[in-house]
Design a protein around this ligand. Sequence first.
Ligand code: HMG
Ligand code: MG
Length: 304
Amino acid sequence: MSQVRIVEVGPRDGLQNETRTLPPAIRAQLVQRLAQAGLRHIEAGAFVSPRWVPQMAGSDEVLWLLPALPGVRYSALVPNEQGMRSALACGYQEVAVFAAASETFSQRNTNCSIDESLTRFAPVAALAREHGVRLRGYISCVVACPYEGATAPGQVADLCLKLQQLGCDEISLGDTTGAGTPRQIRQLIAACAAQVPSAMLAGHFHDTYGMAVANVLAALEAGLTIFDASVSGLGGCPYSPGASGNLATEDLVYLLEGLGLPTGIDLERLIDAGAWIDTVLERQTASRVARARLAARAACATRP
Ligand code: HMG
Ligand code: MG
């Protein structure tokens, strides 16, 4: 395998989980710093109900503030036709619908059943086709649900097929609780790849149990080449209690480059972008790689 693709989800999956709501100008600045570090696919916002997730209000303004950079794609999450029309109106070139493999999570996250969520996605997919917009599909709780426990891989695989039939170009497998281990990830990918081509699957791992990097390695070995990550390990999910932190982009880049898989990302600039947003949010980085590099930089600076 020669090429892997990273989807940066920090400005969406990360910031949606912060107690502080950042203004669009700061969110756009984060996206720009990530693009300057070399990220080419950045999820910049979400057109969801501001009553449900106030942190994502103003995702139209975020896009207006962003320069069009060659090779850089900005995307947004949309749960229904209303969100899709808003995303189209401001010019997003890619959108993502999001379903769950668990009924309870689907209800808590989007106030509808899994089947109802697919019905809501149909007009989104039709509009995506009509406007030439790329469509991504997320599946949450692919390993476990915070309310229902373990998820059967077959349930996720069935949903993959339905999302592909709907018109999704790519399907991101979300280990929302971060409970997955490499063995479970291998079993999950085998089940999903029996239904849809593995080339259209992405790994979206949360690092709650410290398994995210190991799960990426297992997924790479199982044939996945697309991985989601969040700068500085920002995030979680507002409807998944205890699901702290996405896989940090810094940790993913370090792993991939170490495996000889080029990412095109400048790790030091990425760490700077993470340190900047951490200062804004008054938080510590959740990236082990960033912590190690920042400590090494500080040690070099103080050495006589
Ligand atoms: P609902 O209340 O059932 O919707 O919410 P409704 O159709 O009955 O409408 C109620 C109100 O919401 C109306 O406003 C609508 O206009 C408004 P009102 O008349 O009361 O003033 N509304 C909207 N406003 C803005 N944008 C929209 C929209 N749609 C309706 N698109 C809804 C249903 C899906 C909207 C709601 O449940 C919602 O917004 N949920 C968002 C949940 C969310 O964003 N969760 C986090 C993202 S998923 C995730 O993080 C997991 C992932 O990372 C993968 C993983 O790790 O697992 C992707
Ligand atoms: Mg997530």
